[in-house]
Ligand binder design. Structure first.
Ligand code: IMP
Length: 427
């Protein structure tokens, strides 16, 4: 286990990062969330018990692991409190293992209303957000009018900022979107209660992480969403509002780039996407339906059906390069069991002139068609396998094909939801 590892999703989120972070966290001293909010949903199965984490880092399931929410995270008071209470009802006290940076932005009820009103107004062109207020909260952060956790501790100034902000939101809600407004007194009450709840967990996480790093402790930085949802590097405008890529790990945690020893990229053995936006390898057919049912492809946060398709190596290769990925973990390999052949997208062709194209943030994915390489499938079950040698020959060939194409080794393969169903003996 490296001293500082970043775990990043390399597709459109839902790659199974939670399980991988949970696995690497057993050897770690600290796990850090650095961006996003409770739009994320990490599902973990531990000893047949299912946990769905949204804000709290996956390290919480290991006793003694410190969990950090860095300054790049946006926090819903209700979501944070609800998740901590739910986890404490199952795990016992955990608050002494959670640290939250005072610069984290707060998601207000009016951010949620704005998120929903905007999506509604967009109609057919909506992004398909999770409706958790993430976008409007980041907007206010960048407009430098957002409320941060640290603001709660100067109550007089805080209430004045909150009143101004909610008045602005209500103006937009009422006059522009013609929808219901938010009661300012309700917001103030919510924040006042939250202040008491959160105070014992607030500290300078940047300094604490640097101290841990300097004393040789091991840290895992846990990404949420995936590379193709990055606000700058993803499939804009169908993206989330944070930096899901490696840059976000640095600014959102405060750790310097030199402290990162390993970038572990996570990709599903096929591709899924939840929400709207182009998806070149999507299979709106029996193949997609099979992936959906076998992979239980429903969003952990919104319960929406995930769209499914073949592995897109063009986009994956770009995500590996952009993020400086040093090794890959391929998840849900078992979902591909039983296909006579498996397709991988190895090239995009531009619609119109038919020219070949790679993926970058300037690629308009709605104007490319996927070109595939056909590989032989395997009928044997890979479900719950834990040794590379036990994999069917064609499954091994599938992994080798991916490695050759993207240029980094696949060090881990996940073959089922449980912690144990993982191949880690690959050399
Ligand atoms: P937002 O993050 O709620 O603003 O949603 C923006 C886009 O990101 C939508 O397409 C969402 O479906 C997608 N998204 C946000 N969080 C996740 C996630 O954790 N997994 C997969 N997609 C996500």
């Amino acid at each position: 286990m490296c001293a500082c590892a970043v775990v990043l999703g390399l597709q459109w989120g839902d790659e199974g990062k939670g399980k991988v972070v949970d696995l690497v966290a057993q050897h770690a001293d600290a796990v850090v969330r650095f961006q996003g909010g409770h739009n994320a949903g990490h599902t973990l199965v531990v000893k047949n018990e299912k946990f769905i984490l949204h804000l709290i880092p996956s390290g919480i399931l290991h006793d003694g692991v410190q969990c950090f929410l860095g300054q790049g995270v946006v926090i819903s008071p209700d979501a944070l409190r609800g998740e901590i209470m739910e986890l404490e009802s199952r795990l016992g006290p955990i608050r002494d293992r959670i640290s939250i940076h005072p610069a984290c932005s707060i998601i207000l009820p009016s951010h949620i209303e704005l998120d929903l009103a905007r999506e509604h107004a967009k109609g057919a062109t909506k992004i398909g957000t999770t409706g958790k207020g993430i976008g409007p909260t980041y907007e206010d952060k960048y407009a430098r009018r957002g409320i941060r956790i640290g603001d709660l501790f100067d109550w007089e100034q805080c209430t004045s900022k909150v009143r101004d902000l909610v008045a602005y939101h209500n103006f937009l809600l009422e006059s522009y979107y013609s929808t219901k407004t938010v009661d300012i007194h309700g917001v103030e009450d919510q924040l006042q209660q939250f202040r008491q709840f959160v105070e014992p967990m607030v500290r300078d996480t940047t300094q604490a992480l640097r101290d841990l790093r300097d004393s040789g402790k091991s840290i895992v930085l846990e990404g949420a969403q995936g590379a193709l949802l990055d606000i700058d590097l993803g499939s804009f405008p169908y993206v989330t509002s944070s930096h899901t890529s490696i840059g976000g790990a640095i600014t959102g945690s405060g750790l310097p780039p030199q402290s990162i020893d390993q970038v572990l990229g996570i990709a599903k053995a096929y591709t899924t996407r939840v929400g709207n936006g182009p998806f070149p390898t999507e299979q709106s057919n029996e193949i997609g339906k099979l992936m959906h049912s076998r992979g239980a492809e429903k969003g952990a946060t919104t319960g929406r059906d995930r769209r499914c398709g073949w592995l897109d190596l063009v986009a994956l290769k770009s995500a590996v390069k952009v993020n400086g990925v040093t090794e890959l973990c391929l998840t849900k390999l078992d979902v591909l069991d039983g296909f006579e052949s498996v397709m991988v997208c190895t090239e995009y062709k531009q619609d119109g002139d038919g020219s070949s194209s790679g993926y970058s943030s300037k690629t308009d994915l709605s104007r490319v068609s996927a070109c595939y390489t056909k590989l032989s499938g395997w009928y044997e079950s890979t479900h719950n396998l834990t040794e590379f040698a036990a994999l069917p020959k064609n499954a091994k060939k599938y992994l080798e094909f991916i490695e050759n194409c993207i240029g980094v080794p696949i060090k881990m393969v996940s073959t089922g939801p449980s912690r144990a169903a993982t191949i880690t003996d690959r050399v």
